[in-house]
Every structure is written in structure tokens, then in C-alpha cells.
Design a protein around this ligand. Structure first.
Ligand code: BGC
Ligand code: ZN
Length: 367
């Protein structure tokens, strides 16, 4: 069967590859699930992998099958599978456990080992192929009423985890009543973080470069958040209006903005970093000023990566509620479809060149 792969270490190596059809025999415990792939999304991580800045092939292979944002339908299940059945819509988590205690209790997104295993990213093949198998623990059921949001489940899981982690660590405050949230970046993670923060009752300001009107602004406002263009308004000016934010979620993909954001966080606040930055950017900052403000303000810096199946489930609930509260808004993120695995060049072209794209994805097959 066909798969879209790269050769890690070689820039722009994306190619079509013939790989064997997977089988449930891989799981002698009877817990395998065979999934027919319907759609696969791509994001900045895939771009970095194709640029040879990030990602590794599985040991013994010179290629890595791409794709970590999956949407498919269950084709066949092993005899001991109880969570899903043939015909269910599903996605799959990305990370697989290593050996640490966190891996062993299902929180493989928090592994304490340097080596991490991620399907389509690091040391494990991904989902950009016709079928995949996995163990039922890593398969997440998607309600049929959400199938129009297909490849957003994985990015939503990362946004849901980032915000959930922030609330979790802020229990240090005994009472934490955050009012104002800033989201840096209005790409998919920025917009999905906006949604989950809105659903927690915060006043959300989603901050990006480009001036409105734009699709980003329309989606932000559609979720009853406020869109701010830094070309039109300075962040100092925004602080003067709303005060410093209680939480900032950084999702621009830029480490410069991640560190610049430290200047704006409010007292007792939390800054959550989510950008994956594979390059080697350097940047100068007023470190004394930031440092003293952070010390005197008891501020917290939190990195968040990946998501386990609990975050997928939480994210799916947020998408379901968001889709009811803001009808026809979230699906606008799904901007650029490409038809068929053969069209992988067009998929990568859109990912690299189409600046207005919020989500590029491939329609792999019909049901
Ligand atoms: C993926 C995550 C992954 C991260 C780092 C992101 O694009 O969505 O699942 O953990 O990249 O590899
Ligand atoms: Zn991703």
C-alpha cells in the first residue's frame, strides 16, 4: 500500500513509498485495531521534518512515514478490543510509552526519558498511508457528530493539555480566578487554545501579526474572543486597557515571541510555551528587568508538549461544546484539502508556501 515518507537528514525528501499492509497479527494480545485512514493533517512539525530540522526514522529504516494528525474509520478489531468497533470514527494518540514511571501509567506525554517515540515524528512511522494498526489504548473514538472536524482532534489534544496543565499547576495559588488570557498566535494551536480558554470563562485576546479582516480574525471573533493585530496595536497599549494577563499561551512557532511574552505576564500568572522550534535562533532581551518582575511576581513558566488519551478525550469534549456554542466556526480552521496520497507534493507545497492556510490536510480515502 501507499505511504508518504521522508528521508530524515535529507532536506525536502518527501516521496511516495510502497509499504506492507499492516495486520492485527502484530498484537498477539488481541488488542489490535486496524484503521482505514480517511484524512491526515499536517502542521509546522511536518514542515520541520521535511526540512530535515527535526524527526528520526525508526531504527533500521532509512525513511519515516509522515503524519501524526489522523482521522479514520475502524476496519477490524482484535478479539479483546472493547473500546471501539468496526465502523467507528477514530483518531490515534501520537506518543508511545518508553520505560519511565510516567510512561507506564499512561502519561507518556510526560516521559522523563530523553528518547521519546512519536508516530510520524520520531522513531515510529506515522499515519499518512492507507491503513494503520495500533493497540486500542492509543485509539480514541470520535463522536460521529464531530466528523466534520476530523483532523483537528490531535492539535486540539495539545491545546487542551497545555491549558489543563496551566490550571493544574496554578493550584499552587489555592484560589486562582484568572480573568484575562492572551494567546500568542492565531494558527491552529492558537485558535484551539482560544476555544478551550473561552470555554473556561476567560476573556481571551488572540494576538497575531496580520490586521483584520482575515480568516483568523473571523474565527477568533466567531468564538467571542478579541483579535489583536500587533501591526495595529502595541501590546503595551493592550496592557493599559486590560491589565496584564493571568495566563499567556504561546503558539506562534517563534521562540523570540515566546521569550518576549515574558514581559507581559501578570502577577502570579502562568506562561505556557507550546511552539516546536527546531532551528537555532538567538535573541537579546532585557533580562534583569524580566527576572526581577518574575521573581517579585511569583510567575511561572510552563512547557507543554504532546497529549495522552485523556487530553484527546478532553479536547473532543471541548470541540463538541465549542461546535454547539459557536456553530460553523471551528470548521473554518480546515482551510486547505488535497486529494489523494499521490498528491503529496501539493500537500507540502501548500504547507510551505500558502501563508493564509490554517490547516492543510489530505483526503486519503472515502469511507
Ligand atoms: C505534535 C505533538 C508532538 C510535537 C513534538 C507536534 O506537532 O502535534 O504531538 O509531541 O509536535 O514532536
Ligand atoms: Zn502537530
Amino acid at each position: 500500500m501507499k505511504a508518504v515518507a521522508v528521508t530524515p537528514g535529507t532536506p525536502n525528501s518527501v516521496h511516495l513509498k510502497d509499504i506492507p499492509m499492516p495486520s492485527l497479527d502484530k498484537y498477539p494480545n488481541g488488542k489490535g485495531v486496524l484503521v482505514k485512514v480517511l484524512k491526515v493533517g499536517v502542521d509546522a512539525t511536518d514542515k520541520e521534518i521535511n526540512d530535515a530540522l527535526y524527526g528520526n526514522s525508526p531504527p533500521g529504516d532509512d525513511h519515516l512515514v509522515l503524519g501524526h494528525e489522523s482521522f479514520g474509520i475502524v476496519e477490524e478489531v482484535g478479539p479483546n478490543v472493547t473500546k471501539v468497533k468496526k465502523g467507528d470514527y477514530v483518531t490515534a494518540t501520537v506518543r508511545r510509552p518508553g520505560g519511565s514511571i510516567y510512561d507506564q501509567i499512561g502519561t507518556y506525554d510526560m516521559t522523563s526519558e530523553e528518547t521519546y517515540y512519536e508516530r510520524g515524528i520520531n522513531l515510529l512511522h506515522g499515519y499518512m498511508t492507507e491503513y494503520f494498526v495500533d493497540e486500542e489504548d492509543y485509539i480514541v473514538k470520535i463522536p460521529p457528530g464531530l466528523k466534520h472536524l476530523h483532523v483537528l482532534m490531535e492539535p486540539m489534544s495539545c491545546a487542551a493539555k497545555a491549558v489543563q496543565q496551566a490550571f493544574e499547576v496554578q493550584r499552587r495559588m489555592k484560589v486562582w480566578r484568572p480573568k484575562v488570557a492572551w494567546v500568542m498566535g492565531a494558527g491552529q494551536i492558537g485558535l484551539l487554545s482560544t476555544l478551550t480558554l473561552k470555554l473556561r470563562g476567560l476573556q481571551v485576546y488572540t494576538i497575531a501579526r496580520s490586521p483584520a479582516p482575515s480568516l483568523k480574525a473571523e474565527i477568533t471573533e466567531g468564538m467571542e474572543a478579541t483579535y489583536i493585530s500587533t501591526k495595529e496595536r502595541s501590546l503595551e497599549d493592550l496592557v493599559a486597557e486590560t491589565g496584564k494577563p493571568d495566563i499567556i499561551v504561546e503558539a506562534t512557532g517563534s521562540s523570540v515571541i515566546a521569550f518576549e511574552s515574558m514581559k507581559y505576564l501578570g502577577l502570579n500568572g502562568v506562561l505556557v510555551l507550546t511552539s516546536i522550534t527546531g532551528s537555532d535562533t538567538k535573541h537579546e532581551l532585557p533580562t534583569d528587568k524580566i527576572n526581577i518582575e518574575w521573581v517579585l511576581g511569583n510567575k511561572l513558566l510552563l512547557g507543554s508538549v504532546n497529549a495522552n488519551s485523556e487530553h484527546f478525550e478532553a479536547g473532543i469534549k471541548d470541540l463538541a461544546l465549542g461546535d454547539v456554542m459557536f456553530p460553523n466556526v471551528i470548521q473554518k480552521i480546515l482551510t486547505n484539502p488535497v486529494d489523494g496520497l499521490d498528491n503529496y507534493q501539493e500537500l507540502i507545497r501548500l504547507l510551505v508556501e500558502e501563508k493564509s492556510a490554517l490547516k492543510v490536510y489530505m483526503n486519503v480515502a472515502d469511507e
